[in-house]
Design a protein around this ligand. Structure first.
Ligand SMILES: [Zn+2]
Length: 293
């Protein structure tokens, strides 16, 4: 049974952030978190386990930074396969029956021509290499996340669909201005939905940058733009430094109350992005457990 078969009356739950958990545990943020799949697999699996225990139906593997172009920039290109494969397998090792493991694909870290030096073919080829490993490792779906550029999201989606039969979630990162919600490249919600639907996406999402409050109206816009299932993962507000420690503005209860409004606005799948922890996911679970859509 695939994730899409489970989408029905009650909203499904994604996990929260990994980066926030690493920072809390004192891991330096200068190193790529994907290295921990090799160096501290038990630690990574422990984070995933906490999210499953908090009630997540889908946990996203620690492969966000696993694009070959991004790894090459850090001198890690020779470990592309093992880092991505371990990421999926670690998540599978703690996944209860009936729940799901998503392989994660984040931005490649470079801009497409003419703004940058990457060609569309290179982009697609590199996403394809990562997708092959994630699919071969047995991921239940692929989450393409935190996409600031619709062109890059589309290249990733096409690459995954070429690589094999697997369900796809594409989450775009929007900013808000007085005219509405736009990607960094200026694409609006309707345009993103139309392009992704044309390319055969299964689930359309929004994640990162905006907090839970600001994602309520974004959800309504997204709902109006597509009949596909929608996934929403807000940040827990903005990062603030308190007593020398970076934390996020929002608390779990406030976040969960907003997520209920996000579900009311039409989201089918909800979770958290930067600043969220298993406590947030647990609070959301309690808030939406009784909810029928
Ligand atoms: Zn984020």
């Amino acid at each position: 049974m695939g994730l899409l078969d489970k989408l029905g009356k009650t909203p499904l739950l994604l996990d929260g952030a990994i980066g926030t958990m690493l920072m809390d545990a004192g891991h330096a943020s200068t190193r790529s978190p994907i290295l921990l799949n090799l160096e501290q697999p038990d630690f990574v699996a422990g984070i995933h386990r906490q999210y499953f225990e908090a009630g997540a139906d889908v946990v996203i593997a620690n492969t966000f930074g696993g694009n070959p172009l991004k790894l090459a920039a850090e001198g890690l290109e020779t470990q592309m396969e093992v880092l991505n494969r371990n990421g999926v397998e670690l998540t599978q090792s703690v996944c209860p029956a009936g729940r799901f493991v998503a392989g994660d694909m984040g931005p490649c870290g470079k801009m497409l021509k003419p703004l940058g030096d990457v060609t569309p073919e290179e982009l697609r080829e590199n996403f394809h290499r990562q997708a092959n490993v994630l699919i071969d490792a047995g991921a239940d779906l692929i989450a393409i996340e935190t996409m600031y550029s619709l062109d890059e999201a589309l290249a990733a989606l096409n690459a995954v669909r070429d690589a094999g039969e697997i369900q796809t979630l594409v989450s775009i990162t929007f900013n808000q201005n007085p005219k509405g919600y736009f990607t960094m490249m200026g694409e609006n919600v309707a345009r993103c939905s139309a392009v992704l639907e044309d390319a055969g996406v299964d689930i359309i999402g929004a994640n990162c940058t905006l907090n839970s409050r600001d994602m309520v109206d974004l959800t309504a816009d997204l709902r109006a733009s597509t009949a596909k299932p929608i996934a929403i993962q807000p940040n827990a507000g903005q990062p603030v430094v308190r007593n020398g420690v970076t934390c996020y503005e929002q608390q779990p209860a406030e976040f969960a109350a907003d997520v209920r409004k996000i579900v009311d606005a039409g989201a089918d799948i909800v979770g958290g992005c930067c600043g969220t922890t298993p406590e947030f996911i647990q609070a959301v679970k309690a808030e939406i457990a009784e909810l029928n859509k």
